[in-house]
Design a protein around this ligand. Structure first.
Ligand code: URP
Ligand code: ZN
Ligand code: ZN
Ligand code: ZN
Length: 480
């Protein structure tokens, strides 16, 4: 195989979020060195230059999956796609970066959780990654640690749970009474999981988060927007001018919650995730419409996979089914099929919602999320016309089920390039554990914080200047 130092991607249609152009892309030392027509005079015979023919194909910024949980210890189990297999599968699907979650137990150090996740991920990752950190409890120590993480560790996003009371949630309660009621009704199967977490609960939690964040002028990123009701709440807030971003996930865009009523327990259980998929079958199309028109901003997968034997921890009680579904491998193809092939969004919006917007919001742009001179060469050569049938039999993930089983998607990644190296090509990997890198993220991403900073200056209330009142003041009677 030719050395991987230099690559020329020739004649493809280079798609960024704002513009497409037919151009060659020259890659050297992991970054894009040149972009333009007919770069080949640089030398057909140039030593060590590998030429990839992309004529008739699209050349896209690699996908950024904003939401994964690889090898996550959760609900008494651990998700089976680890940082090796999960990130390999990501590459096969055209995703070149994931953002996972370091989640401390209540009372535990956030920095320690961050270091623990780093020690799991660093030796295993096949693509670049970053970490959000969860705030599962509150104290002065937590406050200080958030500062340390932001200043020294490259963390600029913190997750607050609105569910998992007593485990990850800082305060509050919603779901427990509902679960008790379902079990009392004899509903022990996966349908109970949805029935005790109706859309209205998700919408209420979303509105509460938006209200609190906007009251303190803090930007808010709403993970896994699963329902029409929650999506409408995000859209309304955005239209009111709030700095809020909504993230639907591959599962919610590609399938729905009718599966919880499947007669086959295994099938139903493999769809259990929190918040649940919604049984209203118009939900995926609705979420895609909002993603296309800008009301929703990014896409993740919430990839958190459990094998059937793990799901079976809840075979007699849906509350014990480990929550989580797949999506890291199939996110790009599912969105191409349901979003672009359907005619809802164009190729540029596809790039925005699968890569660029995430890079902008999480301060990775334009190193990630763009094909431009100086950007990391995280690139996918994409065939928009080819199709593939998704199946657990052929996917690259560890999990023994695929929620998109049988779905035929237009939009197939032919070649995936990570930091300038061809890591996946025609079904063959050329990548090793640890080839990916941790990507630190500086705080205060411009595209998010320009408005926030301006509001801090101009929207802080000021007192009305008035002459002091000089008149009579009523005397309060002291209480006996
Ligand atoms: O079901 C899910 N989503 N599992 C992972 C944990 C979370 O809340 O994202
Ligand atoms: Zn089904
Ligand atoms: Zn969550
Ligand atoms: Zn999650």
């Amino acid at each position: 195989m030719a050395p991987q130092g230099r690559l020329l991607i020739r004649g493809g249609r280079v798609v960024n979020d704002d513009f497409s152009q037919v151009a060659d892309v020259l890659v050297e030392d992991g970054v894009v060195r040149a972009l333009g027509r007919d770069l080949l005079p640089l030398g057909d015979a140039a030593p060590g230059l590998r030429i990839l023919d992309a004529a008739g194909k699209l050349v896209l910024p690699g996908g950024i999956d904003t939401h994964t949980h690889m090898q996550f210890p959760f609900m008494g189990s651990q998700s089976v796609d680890d940082f090796y297999q999960g990130t390999k599968a990501a590459l096969a699907g055209g995703t070149t970066m994931i953002i996972d979650f370091a989640i401390p137990q209540k009372g535990s150090s956030l920095v320690e959780a961050f270091e623990t996740w780093r020690s799991w991920a660093d030796p295993k990752v096949c693509c670049d990654y970053s970490l959000h950190v969860a705030v599962t409890w509150w104290s002065d120590q937590v406050k200080e640690e958030m500062k340390t993480l932001a200043q020294d560790k490259g963390v600029n996003s913190f997750k607050m749970f609105m569910a998992y009371k007593g485990v990850y949630m800082v305060q509050g309660a919603q779901v427990h009474a509902g679960a008790k009621k379902m079990l009392a009704l004899g509903i022990t199967g996966p349908e109970g999981h949805e029935l005790c977490r109706p859309e209205a609960v998700e919408a209420e939690a979303t509105l509460r988060a938006i209200t609190i964040a906007s009251a303190v002028n803090c930007p808010l990123y709403v993970v896994h927007v699963m329902s029409k009701s929650a999506a409408k709440v995000v859209a309304d807030a955005k239209r009111e001018g709030k700095v809020v971003y909504g993230e639907p996930i591959a599962a919610g865009l590609g399938t729905d919650g009718t599966h919880y009523w499947s007669k086959e327990w295994r099938h139903a259980a493999h769809h259990v995730m929190g918040p649940p998929l919604r049984p209203d079958p118009s939900t995926p199309g609705f979420l895609m419409n909002l993603l296309a028109n800008g009301d929703l901003s990014t896409t993740g997968s919430d990839n958190c996979t459990f094998n059937t034997c793990q799901k079976a921890l809840g075979k007699d009680d849906f509350t014990k089914i480990p929550n989580g579904v797949n999506g890291v491998e199939d996110r790009m193809s599912v969105i191409w099929e349901k979003g672009v092939h359907s005619g809802k969004m164009d190729e540029n919006r596809f790039v925005a919602v699968t890569s660029t917007n995430a890079a902008k919001i999480f301060n990775l742009y334009p190193k990630k999320g763009r094909i431009a001179v100086g950007s990391d060469a995280d690139i996918v050569i994409w065939d928009p016309e080819a199709t593939r049938r998704i199946s657990a039999k052929t996917h690259h993930q560890a999990v023994n089920f695929n929620i998109f089983e049988g779905m035929v998607c237009h939009g197939v990644p032919l070649v995936t390039i990570s930091r300038g190296r061809v890591v996946y090509e025609a079904g063959v990997f050329n990548v090793a554990a640890g080839d990916g890198k941790y990507v630190p993220r500086k705080p205060f991403a411009e595209s998010v914080y320009k408005r926030i900073k301006q509001r801090d200056q101009t929207c802080t209330p000021t007192p009305v200047q008035r002459a002091p009142y000089k008149g009579e003041v009523f005397t309060l009677k002291s209480r006996e």
